[in-house]
Ligand binder design. Structure first.
Ligand code: SF4
Ligand code: SF4
Ligand code: SF4
Length: 315
């Protein structure tokens, strides 16, 4: 299958691209459905409960056959010495943020694809390789991918990673919300199943939002009066509760405007005016830069803001 995909790419490079993009853009926009189902899945992350054990990283690694490293590797706390981002071998990473007012109690934040309700990566993909599934998961089909990496530039959370170390058949890599486990096997996502203090609650997004607001109302002294992901970039399937200002624990300040409104405008003009690929990168990058908050590294935090840099996640 991988050789087929490479062959597919070579055919494109040889000249079929002239006719394919128009069809692909059409296919991509057909795949793109920003309708929000009441049944769409979600995950509520309570960062006040997370103990930074990194077992979620281990479970994700195992369930997706990533590095195959043993649990002990993930138990090392030296991973918290630097900011880490997801990469081709790590679909989720946990970062630590020290609290200057309470040095004994840092906050741990698990990162992964947010599974946006209206995903910019899906919108930016010319060939429908990234898909918004009916249950709300955003998945990737390596066979269709032509390696343009527009999804990487378009994602407001800088999630998709590229297999640079695989020169023959590189893939875009990211959390798939354990799509097969959830839909075919009826299991919980691997990270939620293993989490010892159960700070990851899997369920319908609409019900998780209710739970989140009930928790805030019942414990206003414990929680910030905000559910991150409820409105950001039009809403995300992964939702977060926090006991500290979100901006102090690595969350980007993003408005509620869905990014595809912007990326689709760019993509449509690509075909209309034949904009060269390099300029598309520039336009997408400038658009993403303009919507992000470019805060500096917060003093007292172990990690920089989310989306700062892609670095290796292993020790
Ligand atoms: S977080 Fe990024 S990769 Fe994940 S669905 Fe949203 S746009 Fe796509
Ligand atoms: S939902 Fe699945 S793929 Fe995503 S971080 Fe959790 S274990 Fe990994
Ligand atoms: S398994 Fe749960 S408690 Fe442990 S780091 Fe992951 S989210 Fe936090």
């Amino acid at each position: 299958m991988k050789l087929d995909r490479r062959g597919f790419f070579q055919v494109l490079a040889a000249g079929a691209a002239a006719s394919l993009p128009g069809q692909s853009a059409q296919a991509s926009s057909q795949e793109h459905s920003p309708e929000v189902s009441e049944d769409r899945i979600g995950m509520l992350v309570d960062t006040t409960v997370c103990i930074g054990c990194r077992k979620c990283e281990f479970a994700c690694d195992q369930s997706h056959q990533l590095t195959g490293l043993p649990l002990e590797t993930f138990e090392s706390t030296t991973a918290f010495d630097r900011d880490r981002r997801m990469n081709a071998d790590a679909f989720t990473v946990v970062n630590r943020y020290k609290d200057p007012d309470n040095p004994q109690k840092p906050t741990y934040v698990k990162n992964q694809c947010m599974h946006c309700l209206d995903p910019a990566c899906v919108s930016a993909c010319l060939v429908g390789s990234l898909k918004l599934k009916d249950n709300g998961a955003v998945t990737y089909d390596a066979w269709k991918c032509i390696g343009c990496r527009y999804c990487m530039v378009a994602c407001p959370f800088e999630v998709p990673a590229y297999e640079y170390k695989n020169p023959l058949t590189p893939e875009v890599r990211k959390c798939d919300f354990c799509y097969e486990r959830v839909t075919s096997e009826g299991k919980l996502p691997a990270c939620a199943e293993i989490c010892p203090p159960m700070c990851l609650t899997f369920g319908k997004r609409s019900e998780l939002l209710k739970i989140a607001h009930e928790k805030i109302a019942a414990n206003p002294e414990k929680y910030q009066d905000k559910v991150y992901g409820e409105t950001e970039v039009g809403g995300t399937s992964w939702l977060y509760l926090a006991g500290r200002d979100f901006s102090k624990i690595g969350f980007l300040e993003l408005d509620g405007r869905p990014i595809p409104e912007l990326t689709e405008t760019i993509q449509h003009n690509v075909f209309k005016y034949g904009i060269p690929p390099l300029m598309v990168y520039g336009l997408l990058a400038a658009t993403m830069w303009s919507i992000k908050d470019h805060r500096k590294h917060e003093p007292g935090s172990d990690a920089k803001k989310k989306g700062a840099a892609h670095v290796d996640s292993q020790n």
